[in-house]
Design a protein around this ligand. Structure first.
Ligand code: NDP
Ligand code: MG
Ligand code: MG
Length: 340
C-alpha cells in the first residue's frame, strides 16, 4: 500500500524563514495563500491587475506584478490556469528565479509535457490537493484538510522532498494525508480521471440516459430527476462508504439492476476505449491537441461549449432548479471552482 504521511512525519521548519510567492489568486491560489499565512509562513502574491488582485489585497496580502513577486521569493508556487502558465513563465518568472529557489506546481501538466523547462539550478516539485480550492480553504478553517499528492521533479538543494511536505502541511493537507507521486503519474491520472470518469464519463452517461428516456416518450422533467438530480445522492453514498455503502442504501431491486445492467452499458468495449483515452494522454496526443486549440483561440472548445449549454437536459434542468432554490444556491457558489 502507498505510504501516506501526516503532520507528525513532516518537518515544518524547512519552510520557515522562506518567502513564498503564490502566483495567481483564484480557486487554489487564495486557499494556499491564506492557509500558508495562517500556518505561520510569509506569503506574497504575484498577479496582473484585475479582479483577483483586488481580492488578494482585501485579504491583506502584499500584491506585486508576477516578476516582482518571484524576484523576492525563495519558493514560487504557480497557481495560474494551466494553459496560461507557459506564457507567464517565459515573460515574468524564468528570468527572476535564483539558484536554490523552489518552483512549485499544483498540477504536473506544463512540466510533464515540456511546456515549461525549468532551469537546472532550482528545486521543482508539485503539491497537488485532491480537491477544489474552496474546500482546501474551508476544511483548513475547520481544523481539517484536503489530501494532497506531492512529487519531486528536480532536487538541487537536497531538500526538495522536505520542502514539498512542509508546503503540503502549510496548506493543511497533512491533516488529511499526503501521498508521494511523480509528475508523470499525477498528470496522467488526473487527466484520465477527469476525461474518462469524473467529467467526460459522467456527463456522457447522464446525457445518454436522459436522451434514451426522452426519445422513448417519457417526460423530460422525469428523465432529468432520474438521470441528473439523483446522481448527487448516489455519489454522496459512494464518497462516504464506497460501492458497498451505496448498494446498502438502495433497494434490492436497484442493486440487482446495477448487477445485471451496469455491465451491459459500461462493458469491455467501453474499457477498451478508456484504454485508448489513456494512450492518447500517455503519448502526448491529448496535450498537443489542447495546446493547439488554445493557440488557435479555442474555436472548438467554444463551439462545443455553446452546443452543450443548449442541450435539452440543460434547459429542463435550469427550469427545475429554479424551483429548488437550495440547489441553485450551492451551484452558484461553486461555479468555476470544482476543477479536477
Ligand atoms: P483559477 O482559474 O481559479 O485562477 C487563476 C488565477 O491566475 C487567477 O487569480 C487569475 O487572476 C490569475 N491569472 C490568470 N492569468 C494571469 C496572468 N496572465 N498573470 C497573472 N495572473 C493571472 O485557477 P485554479 O486555481 O483552478 O488553477 C491553478 C492551478 O491549480 C492549475 O495548475 C490547476 O491545474 C491546479 N489545480 C486546481 C484545482 C482546482 O480545484 N481548481 C485542483 C488541483 C489543482 P485574474 O483574476 O486576473 O484572472
Ligand atoms: Mg429510482
Ligand atoms: Mg485536472
Amino acid at each position: 500500500m502507498a505510504k501516506v504521511l501526516y503532520e507528525k512525519d513532516i518537518q515544518k521548519e524547512v519552510l520557515q524563514g522562506k518567502k513564498i510567492a503564490v502566483v495567481g489568486y483564484g480557486s487554489q491560489g487564495h486557499a494556499h495563500a491564506l492557509n500558508l499565512r495562517e500556518s505561520g509562513h510569509e506569503v506574497v502574491i504575484g498577479l496582473r491587475p484585475g479582479k483577483s488582485q483586488a481580492k488578494a489585497e482585501e485579504d491583506g496580502f502584499n500584491v506585486y506584478p508576477v516578476a516582482e513577486a518571484v524576484e523576492q521569493a525563495d519558493v514560487v508556487m504557480i497557481l495560474l490556469p494551466d494553459e496560461m502558465q507557459q506564457k507567464v513563465y517565459e515573460e515574468s518568472i524564468k528570468s527572476n528565479l535564483k539558484a536554490g529557489n523552489a518552483l512549485v506546481f499544483a498540477h504536473g501538466f506544463n512540466i510533464h509535457f515540456s511546456q515549461i523547462v525549468p532551469p537546472a539550478d532550482v528545486d521543482v516539485f508539485l503539491v497537488a490537493p485532491k480537491g477544489p480550492g474552496h474546500l482546501v480553504r474551508r476544511t483548513y478553517e475547520e481544523g481539517a484538510g484536503v489530501p494532497a499528492l506531492y512529487g519531486v521533479y528536480q532536487d538541487v538543494t537536497g531538500n526538495a522532498k522536505e520542502l514539498a511536505l512542509a508546503y503540503a502541511q502549510g496548506i493543511g493537507a497533512a491533516r488529511a494525508g499526503v501521498l508521494e507521486t511523480s509528475f508523470q503519474e499525477e498528470t496522467e491520472t488526473d487527466l484520465f480521471g477527469e476525461q474518462a470518469v469524473l467529467c467526460g464519463g459522467v456527463t456522457s452517461l447522464i446525457k445518454s440516459g436522459f436522451e434514451t428516456l426522452v426519445e422513448a416518450g417519457y417526460q423530460p422533467e422525469v428523465a432529468y430527476f432520474e438521470c441528473m438530480h439523483e446522481m448527487k445522492l448516489i455519489v454522496d453514498l459512494l464518497y462516504e462508504g464506497g460501492l458497498e455503502n451505496m448498494r446498502y442504501s438502495i433497494s434490492d431491486t436497484a442493486q440487482w439492476g446495477d448487477f445485471v445492467s451496469g455491465p451491459r452499458v459500461v462493458n469491455e468495449d467501453t474499457k477498451a476505449r478508456m484504454k485508448d483515452v489513456l494512450t492518447d494522454i500517455q503519448d502526448g496526443k491529448f496535450a498537443k491537441g489542447w495546446i493547439l486549440e488554445n493557440q488557435a483561440g479555442r474555436p472548438q472548445f467554444n463551439a462545443i461549449n455553446n452546443q452543450e449549454n443548449k442541450h435539452q437536459i440543460e434547459t429542463v434542468g435550469r427550469e427545475l432548479r429554479d424551483l429548488m432554490p437550495f440547489v441553485k444556491q450551492s451551484v452558484k457558489s461553486k461555479q468555476k471552482d470544482v476543477k479536477v
